[in-house]
Design a protein around this ligand. Structure first.
Ligand code: N01
Length: 544
């Protein structure tokens, strides 16, 4: 079963047991396709398994950040807050795994290290860090978009005398910062959630900011029975509507340009959205992500709010985001983030003016001064969208490696398949809406599409499916073209690969919108899968 002998044989191998891996196992089982999942962690939940930092919380409302494929599941689960925190979402993932009896098909603490396409057998041979060798007809990467946590290249990290943490790999038992001097490096979504919570415990908190971000208050609060019931009574229709939205989230997208209304009306709309809280702020007007002048009106409004929230004008000035359009970097959502900088034991260091030169045994050296710390929290992000896929040594037709194929940036057809890599599917891969959307909505759509394609092959006796270079080239061109029509490429974001030195820079997710993308995928399936090639051969069997 392992070692150098005959590999284990399975029809479908899933990598990852986050929400994508869980739903895949469920759907594959329903098709009678024998499948197992490998999971590096010792539990399910993916992102929500790893990101246990204080304050970790979803910025999509709980009633929408949950599976919609099962009426029983969505009726029986009760959320306690408007925006669920990490422990509750992890509990939900565990509930789903138990309810659907998925654990028996998951190998925990097992990381795929390589995957090689065997032309003769038309199968993937996958090896793991535990020495297992698995031969699978289908290989499905449900590896998540933000799974490769990244420490920056700051000299001296290994010599630090205190404790070091990364938000994306937080200790399971939690961390008690009571009485400590804590340094937080980074001010992205993770830091913006963690900073107010860490500030409540720490004796002293120093925040190192390189780029200020726009953050909108979440207005999180307890879930009311009324609100939950409004959703539960109407779930099928609401889920169906959300699936057609640009982001896969049901909210009111104002169809009017920000520039088409008088100043007072514009302000009233922003005030209402600010008061309501959450990312729906970016739906205040139709052109906030396509027209810089329109975008400036929203950015100015938020900058004015920051000035109002932060007492010290010099600190406020440092916190004002100015180098990118609002929303072009992932918009953040917070609970009392800006207010935290009014606390006497919280200090903000502007890393642009005072660059971090090194980590010393005592703390963080920036601009010639040492900021003493007992703990350093790196909230420095991820090698997003491609890092986890490329960490597996994947070799397709003719020995082509994925690293070579993506040397100039990820290339996919629909974010679902890569030319030269038959029977290998990506879930929410680069080139799909993925990180610009409600991930669970996109996961369900991808898994359904992949499973429908497998059912199609079962019916027609095709054992191999792959995309063509031409279809891939056309899709990559389309993804770039629609991105260029927006303001997204104007920010040095992880969407562009800009946070990783040397990573090719191109806009990775598809901005065309979840509804449009779904329609395209549906049309391709209904039209007999143009852009994909099927090879008739040994019939895909329900079980081997
Ligand atoms: O990571 P990030 P994240 N010296 O890459 C800074 C999702 N998410 O973990 O911008 C100093 O956004 C870096 O500075 P700069 C969400 O999609 C969602 O916070 O590169 N600073 C930046 O400030 C999100 O976008 C939720 O100049 C350094 C920070 O570290 C994604 O995950 C919650 C540095 C990294 O920010 C990633 O968020 C949390 C250095 N050498 C996360 N290197 C919700 O749903 C990096 N930085 C609410």
């Amino acid at each position: 079963m392992s070692g150098n002998g005959t590999p284990e044989r399975i029809e479908a191998l899933v990598i990852g047991a986050g929400f994508a891996g869980l739903y895949l196992l469920h759907r594959l089982r329903g098709l009678g396709i024998a499948a197992i999942a490998l999971e590096a962690g010792d539990g399910v939940g993916g992102t929500w398994y790893w990101n246990r930092y204080p304050g970790a919380r979803c910025d999509v409302e709980s009633m929408q950040y949950s599976f919609g494929f099962s009426e029983e599941l969505q009726q029986e689960w009760n959320w306690s807050e408007r925006f669920a925190g990490q422990p509750e979402i992890l509990a939900y993932a565990n509930h789903v795994a138990d309810r659907l009896d998925l654990r028996r098909d998951i190998s925990f603490k097992t990381r795929a290290t390589s995957a090689v396409w065997d032309e003769a057998a038309a199968r993937w041979l996958v090896e793991t860090d535990t020495g297992r060798r698995i031969s699978a007809r289908q290989l499905i990467l449900a590896t998540g978009c933000l799974s490769s946590a990244r420490l920056p290249d700051i000299p001296g990290i290994e010599g630090f005398g205190g404790a070091i943490y990364h938000t994306g790999q937080w200790p399971h038992g939690g961390v008690d910062f009571t009485g400590q001097r804590v340094a937080v490096i980074g001010t992205g979504s993770s830091a913006i959630q963690a900073i107010p919570v860490i500030a409540k415990q720490a004796a002293q908190l120093t925040v190192f900011q390189r780029t200020p971000n726009f953050s909108i208050p979440s207005r999180n609060g307890p879930m009311t029975e009324d609100y939950a019931q409004t959703w539960k009574r109407d779930y099928p229709a609401r889920r169906a509507a959300a699936r057609q939205m640009r982001t896969g989230i049901l909210y009111h997208l104002n169809p009017v340009s920000a520039l088409a209304v008088p100043e007072a009306e514009r302000r009233a709309e922003y005030e209402a959205r600010w008061a309501a809280g959450g990312t729906a702020f970016m739906a205040a007007f139709s052109d906030l992500l396509t027209n810089r002048e329109a975008n400036d009106t929203a950015a100015d409004f938020v900058r004015e709010k920051i000035r109002g929230l932060v007492h010290d004008p010099e600190v406020a000035e440092i916190l004002l985001p100015r180098n990118h359009p609002i929303g072009a970097k992932r918009i953040c959502v917070d609970t009392a983030y800006y207010e935290t900088f009014n606390l006497p034991h919280v200090t903000l260091v502007d890393v642009r003016r005072n660059p971090i030169s090194r980590i010393t045994p005592e703390g963080v050296e920036a601009g010639g001064a040492t900021h003493a710390a007992d703990s350093i929290v790196f909230a420095t992000g991820f090698d997003a969208m491609t890092g986890t896929i490329l960490a597996i040594d994947i070799r397709g037709r003719g020995g082509l490696s994925m690293r070579e194929a993506w040397a100039e940036g990820p290339r996919t057809h629909l974010g679902l398949m890569v030319a030269g890599f038959p029977n290998l599917f990506l879930i929410t891969g680069p080139g799909s809406p993925s990180v610009l959307s409600n991930m669970i909505v996109s996961i369900e759509q991808h898994v359904d599409w992949v499973c429908d394609s497998l059912a199609h092959r079962q019916r027609h006796g095709f054992s191999v499916m792959e995309t063509t270079p031409k279809a891939q080239d056309d899709w990559v061109a389309h993804v770039n073209e629609v991105a260029q029509r927006t303001l997204y490429p104007q920010a040095n974001s992880w969407y562009m690969g800009a946070n990783i030195p040397g990573k090719p820079q191109l806009f990775m997710p598809y901005v065309g919108g979840v509804g449009t993308y779904r329609q395209l995928c549906d049309e391709i399936a209904a039209g007999g899968y143009p852009g994909f090639v099927f090879t008739a051969g040994e019939q895909v069997r329900a079980a081997e």
